[in-house]
Structure formats: C-alpha cells, structure tokens
Design a protein around this ligand. Structure first.
Ligand code: PXG
Length: 448
C-alpha cells in the first residue's frame, strides 16, 4: 500500500517510498494510501505532483504570509548561504541577528524591545514560560511558579506549551504533563455570539475566571497567564469585546505577567502588525514564529519588555544570565530569510493589507450563511472559521470531506474538528477570495 515510489532511486539502489517518514499531525495510513504531494509553489499557488494547481487558502500553515517564492527572500537566502552559512549561537554573534532584533523591536508596540530567537512556535512558548518563572525568581519572588493557560488554547507541542494548552487530544496520551498549571475557561460556544463579524459581543466576564484561579491558588503563586489573542487551532475563536483588556487589568492588579501567543496573529494576520495593535493591549511577553520568516526557514522570536531583560542583567558580567537557548537561535540563514520577509511585508504593505481587504473578506465569509449544516461563521482580519454541524456519531468527518473535495477542486483549506479554517497569504486578491468562497459554496452544498 505504501510502497509507491516517490522519486529517483537512492544511492543504495533501493526505491524511496512512503514507509519511512512518520508524518506529523497526519493520518499516516490514510495519507500513504492516497498521498497528496506538492512539488512547487509560487505566489498564491502550490503545484501538485499530478500537475494541478492548488490555491493556498491557509498560507502553508498560517506562515507564508507574503505568499510563495518571493524574490527578496529567495535572494537573501541564496546570498547568505554563500557568505556565512552558520555561526555559533552562544558566545558569538553576527550582524543580521542584531539588525533583525532591532527592526522587530521597532515594529512592536510598547516596551517589548528585547528579542530572543528560537526555531518554532513551540520553542518560543517554552522560552516565554521559562523566562516568566525565572524573571520572578530574579526579582525575589521565587514563589511565583504557577502557569495559567486556557481551555482550547494551543501553544505548541512541547511539554510546557502542551501543559498550558487546552486541546484534549493533544494532551491525553502524554501523562501528567507539567505540574503547577491551571486553565481558565474558554470563550467559545456562546449562543448569542453565533455569526459574529469580528469580535463577538458577549463573554467579557469570562476574563474574570482568572480571578477565580487567583482566589483558588493565591495570586502570589502565579507567574504568568498565556493566551492566544485569537485562538487559531481550536477553530478560530476571537476574543469577546473587552476580554483581553480585562485580562490585562487583572494581571496588573496581581503582579502576574501576561503572555500573548502571537504565533498565528503576528505579522499582519489581523490587518495590523500584531494582535497587540489590533486590541490595543500590551502584554509583557509575546511569542511569535511562523510568518516571521514567511515559513521559508524555521524561525521564532520572543519579545519581552525591557523590565524583564533588565531583571536578568544582574550578577557578575562574565556570567550567563539566562541558561537557555538553541543551537539555531538567530542562525544566519533564518535571519536573512526574516529580513527579506520584513522587506517584502513593508514593500507590499502586507501588514495592514488585511484591514483593507477585511470588509470584502468578511462579506464573503458570511455569504455562506444560507447553506446547509453551517452552525457558525467567524472572521477577523484575513481569517475565517466556518463551523459545520458534525455528522451524528462521526465528528470531524464532514469537515474532512470538505477538505478532500476542496483539494480536488483546487483549493487548500484546513480543518480542525468540524471547523474549516482559512488564513490565506496576505497577497490575496479579490478574485482569489471569490474563487475560494464560490468553491466552498459548491462543496458545502454537496456534503451529506
Ligand atoms: N502557538 C500557537 C498559537 C500556534 O498556533 C504554536 C504555538 C506552535 O508552533 P510550531 O511552530 O511549534 O508548530 C502554534 C502552531 C492549524 C495549525 O492549522 C496551527 C499550528 C500549527 C499547525 C497547524 O491550526 N499552530
């Protein structure tokens, strides 16, 4: 079943096939029985092994915000590879790390002026959680160790992120996880919020759930609260009006750090550079990855307020201040790709393009309302969530059928549970939006 030849013979003369690769977050047996193979990408489109084009409705995995095969980024990587391929991440530096960090600091509102580089969203989250705990300890508040996440949150798959995350399927197989973690209630499923355009009107009081956890654990034990400003993986859940502001107020009242996980919302997804701009709420720490280097080379960045960095800069100057970092933190190839990406975002005005197109996008999303099996439609910036009624006794099956049919029709979508998520490259044009929603209209109509 999975012996299909995927390319030329290996040097050992044996056929390459689909057996050896254990694919992430994939139904391996189903995929290998009927593979979907990509061979190229340009602009808004993937090219498939059968010669067809597939419109990218999800920016790769929420990461190729400038679209594919962008010349600035390609050239930056080619040049960098020939000039400086790698330089040691610890106790050595190269100019592009400092240039990139300076540029990022200028882009982010508030005092989030210190940047720590990682290679993924998951690593950014681990880094942020460790920073939060160590920050309090450095200030003499070593009793603040507890971490608070939220139900339905997704913060990557490493132990810290999985533990503060609230996706049951991502947690249940992996034992007792990190201890000293608790969760606020999620903000989804409020009946009056169905078919909201942008921020839903109801549910600000759910932020007060943090007060409940403060009462239970005592705030002096809590280091940080981490939330996605808009929850992506759980199915596009925008925060109720005023919710994030209230979380900020509660954190301030109790000396708790607020971490925004902007791995999805960062770099223009909401029509503003960051969700912090959109919601006008400044966290203490922001985690990013994905679109930082346009998905071309793995890279993440953690932004921290000056006060946090400063708290670490104590003790003898020859001592390492933060015992944390990765071999590939700030590596030259990733920095070059990120600088080329930021140039592209700037030149094409992509970080605010979602605001310009947002109205057209929103109308397109909500035009599906009359279709069968639609139980909710949600949108913000260039994101859409289309929630389908689950098939009785077969949750997720209807949405997965939509995924397969869309693939056949030339459109790449994501599904999570019974929700279809769309997050196209920010270079999208109205004609692409029309194609996506006309295609989806036909598909959703045809689903049993
Ligand atoms: N935080 C958030 C908010 C994320 O969305 C991560 C952390 C982890 O990032 P890495 O780079 O370690 O994967 C993510 C990742 C989807 C989807 O379609 C979402 C993610 C990854 C893959 C698919 O919902 N989010």
């Amino acid at each position: 079943m999975s012996t299909q030849n995927t390319g030329p013979l290996g040097a050992d003369g044996k056929a390459n096939n689909l057996d050896a690769y254990w694919m992430p977050f994939t139904a391996n047996r189903q995929f290998k029985a009927n593979p979907r193979m990509v061979v190229g990408a340009d602009g808004m489109y993937f090219k498939l092994s059968d010669g067809r084009e597939l419109m990218d409705g999800i920016a790769g995995l929420w990461c190729c915000n400038a679209g594919h095969n962008r010349p600035r980024i390609v050239e930056a990587i080619q040049k960098q590879a020939a000039e400086l391929d790698y330089s040691p991440a610890f106790q050595m530096g190269h100019a592009k790390q400092f240039e990139l960090a300076s540029r990022l600091a200028r882009m982010m509102p508030g005092d989030l002026n210190k940047i720590f580089f990682t290679n993924s969203g998951s690593e950014s989250v681990e880094t942020a959680l460790k920073m939060a705990i160590a920050y309090h300890r450095a200030r003499g508040e070593g009793h603040r160790t507890r971490l608070i996440g939220r139900e339905k949150g997704y913060h990557g798959v490493n132990f810290g992120g999985m533990s503060v995350g609230g996706m049951p399927a991502n947690r249940k197989m992996f034992g007792s996880l990190v201890t000293g973690v608790d969760h606020m209630r999620h903000t989804h499923g409020i009946e009056e919020n169905r078919f909201s355009r942008g921020e839903p009107a109801h549910g600000v009081e759910l932020a007060d759930d943090l007060e409940r956890l403060c009462d239970l654990h005592d705030p002096s034990t809590i280091a940080a609260v981490i939330v996605e400003p808009l929850a992506g993986s759980a199915g596009v859940i925008a925060p109720p009006v005023g919710y994030l502001k209230r979380l900020r107020e509660i954190c301030d009242r109790h000396g708790i750090l607020l971490i925004f996980d902007e791995v999805i919302t960062g770099f223009g997804r909401l029509g503003t550079p960051f969700a912090a701009n959109y919601f006008d709420v400044i966290p203490d720490i922001t985690t990013t990855a994905k679109a930082l280097a346009n998905g071309v080379i793995p890279m993440g960045a953690v932004f921290v307020q000056d006060k946090i960095y400063d708290a670490f800069m104590q003790g003898p100057e020859n001592m390492v201040e933060f015992f944390h970092g990765y071999t590939f933190s700030g590596n030259p190839m990733a920095c070059a790709a990120a600088l080329g990406t930021l140039d592209t975002y700037e030149e094409d005005g992509l970080l605010t393009r979602g605001a310009e197109l947002g109205g057209y996008w929103e109308d397109a999303v909500h035009s599906l309302r009359d279709l069968p099996n639609i139980i909710d439609l949600r949108n913000m910036g260039l994101i859409a969530g289309i929630e389908l009624e689950p098939r009785p006794g077969a949750p997720t099956a209807r949405a997965f059928d939509a995924f397969l049919k869309a693939y056949e029709a030339g459109l790449l979508i994501r599904t999570t549970g019974d929700t279809i998520a769309l997050s196209p490259p920010l270079i999208i044009e109205k004609t692409h939006i029309d194609f996506a929603f006309e295609t989806l209209r036909g598909i959703i109509k045809s689903l049993d």
